[in-house]
Write a protein that binds this ligand. Structure first.
Ligand SMILES: Cc1ncc(COP(=O)(O)O)c(C=O)c1O
Length: 385
């Protein structure tokens, strides 16, 4: 898809100018800006500046981004809808389901809030939302098994938790959902770009990811995968002209949904974001997700080992199979801890009671050490092990 080749961590890192001034360890919040994405956005601006309104060129770039995402997850381009954010993508599916007969939505408590809000809103349409509580910051397939039954319509699940970095065993939960005839929907926002994901191997029904974090692009674009055989069974109420068949997009007399996953789209695509998204995905492909995952595994292990050695309390699983690219370290005042990091040029973030240190292929062991050193020197803000 692109002939870009990147030899290793240092070469990758050099393409992200922020590392010349800062220790950036916050990809769970926002991916860093690369020179390639700058060039891609400039290319969009140039087409606009010099050609005025080349919608066909922008449409082609959206199509390329759609194909690149399909390729990244082992899907066909026709199974991908180009959406604006995870919320709009999830809403398209939630609005296409009918909560008759089966009406139960089995929803974990480690979800990013938007996943809960959208399904809770479906209660007006007949959905019955049942929460699955985790234990010790984890949510196991057995926890889901306790709630699922023949009335279950769908299990929406986050792949990696935004708050503590726990990685759900999605394959097992998907199998469980299917064994009861329910759909499985994966929110891969906190994992896409950090680990290989193959939707066919997973046999997942729906999967969503936005591009602004580990996918190294901008806000304002997200991709929704819908399994081929489900597409034509679903007719979203949350819709618009870009969801209609190409021959009837401009027919305002009737609804005529697209035959492919475009039917889960709504309005004019954010073309500038597709430029950035494609460039971000080309960078991921240039390294390869297995290599990215392996390096992230080393870095997160170093964070966990270093934090524990310094007497701090880590909320993220120590087994690398059970975590994503973020490590949550418990703090008495996480906002103050993040401010202290920032004062020392380290950019991180916090959620709940934890400081989040999150890594990508551009981070190195010096970044890990720099962040841990600041937290150690602010021991009074951290919770002891
Ligand atoms: C797991 C997860 N899902 C979804 C989102 C964002 O959703 P949206 O694209 O609708 O803003 C985030 C953002 O932090 C997230 O971490």
């Amino acid at each position: 898809m692109s002939d870009l080749y990147i030899a290793g961590v240092e070469e990758f890192r050099n393409r992200f100018p922020i590392f010349r001034e800062k220790v950036y360890i916050n990809s769970c919040s926002k991916g860093a800006l690369s020179d390639l994405v700058v060039e891609a956005i400039q290319e969009f601006l140039d087409t606009w500046r010099f050609r005025g309104s080349p919608w066909e060129v922008w449409g082609e770039r959206v199509a390329q981004a759609r194909a690149a995402f399909a390729n990244l997850i082992g899907a066909e381009p026709r199974e991908i809808a180009v959406s604006f954010c995870a919320s709009t993508a999830i809403n398209a599916i939630a609005s296409a389901l009918e909560y008759k007969g089966r009406s139960k939505v089995v929803l974990g408590t480690l979800e990013f809030p938007t996943m809960a809000h959208i399904w809770l809103a479906q209660r007006k349409r007949g959905a019955q939302v049942v929460r699955v509580n985790g234990r010790n910051h984890r949510l196991e397939p057995e926890d889901y098994a306790a709630e699922i039954d023949e009335n279950t319509l769908i299990i929406p699940m986050t792949h990696v938790c935004y708050e503590n970095g726990f990685k759900t065993d999605i394959k097992k939960v998907i199998q469980l959902a299917h064994s009861f005839g329910a759909y499985a929907f994966v929110d891969a926002y906190q994992s896409m770009g950090t680990t290989p994901i193959n939707v066919k191997e997973l046999d997942v029904d729906f999967l969503v990811s936005g591009c602004l974090k580990y996918m190294l692009g901008l806000p304002g674009i997200a991709f929704l995968y819908v399994k081929s055989e489900l597409i034509e069974r679903l007719e979203p109420c949350d819709t618009g002209w870009q969801a209609q068949s190409l021959r009837n997009m401009l027919n305002n007399e009737a609804l005529d949904y697209a035959e492919d996953a475009r039917r889960f789209q709504s309005g004019t695509q954010a073309a500038q974001n597709a430029y950035a998204a494609l460039a971000g995905m080309q960078m991921l492909q240039a390294v390869g997700l297995p290599a990215i995952e392996a390096w992230i595994g080393e870095l997160t292990q170093a964070i966990i080992d270093g934090a524990i050695a310094r007497g701090m309390q880590v909320l993220t699983p120590t087994d690398r199979r059970d975590r994503g690219a973020m490590v949550a370290i418990q703090s008495k005042d996480p906002a103050a801890a993040v401010a202290a990091l920032q004062e020392h040029g380290v950019i991180a973030s916090w959620r709940g009671s934890a400081v989040r240190l999150s890594v990508h292929y551009y981070n190195d062991m010096d970044d890990v050490e720099a962040a841990l050193r600041v937290l150690e020197s602010n021991r009074d803000l951290m919770v002891g092990a």
